[in-house]
Design a protein around this ligand. Structure first.
Ligand SMILES: [Zn+2]
Length: 114
């Protein structure tokens, strides 16, 4: 895969991870605001919401999604991104554009889905 293409996928994955965490952080901030029953002091809110708190509050689905995104970013680091974890063939670029965190080619994903 071209370095440029790989970089595009890396940015998309980082973007997905960021928006997932940010969405959750906002939910936590809103909850805290409701509990406090006062105007939010955004500095307090930001300080209280550590990365660990955000991670703990993730739903099962968000955790799985985040794990897949992280796994894909790790594969980019290791140079194995874009190759199927099951059959080692190249994953179709069109498929990667649709699901950048996937580690299965179309055929293996279809086989796994039954
Ligand atoms: Zn495969």
């Amino acid at each position: 895969m071209l370095a440029e293409t790989l970089e595009t996928f890396r940015r998309r994955l980082l973007g997905r991870r960021f928006s997932l965490l940010q969405r959750r952080q906002r939910v936590l901030a809103d909850e805290q605001e409701l509990l406090a029953e006062r105007e939010p002091d955004w500095e307090d809110v930001a300080a209280a919401k550590t990365a660990a708190t955000v991670l703990e509050s993730l739903s099962e689905a968000e955790r799985i999604a985040l794990g897949r995104i992280q796994g894909a970013l790790d594969r980019i680091e290791r140079g194995s991104y874009g190759y199927c974890a099951a059959c080692r063939s190249k994953i179709e670029e069109e498929r990667l554009r649709a699901v950048p965190e996937t580690d299965r080619c179309g055929a293996c994903a279809a086989a796994a889905a039954g």
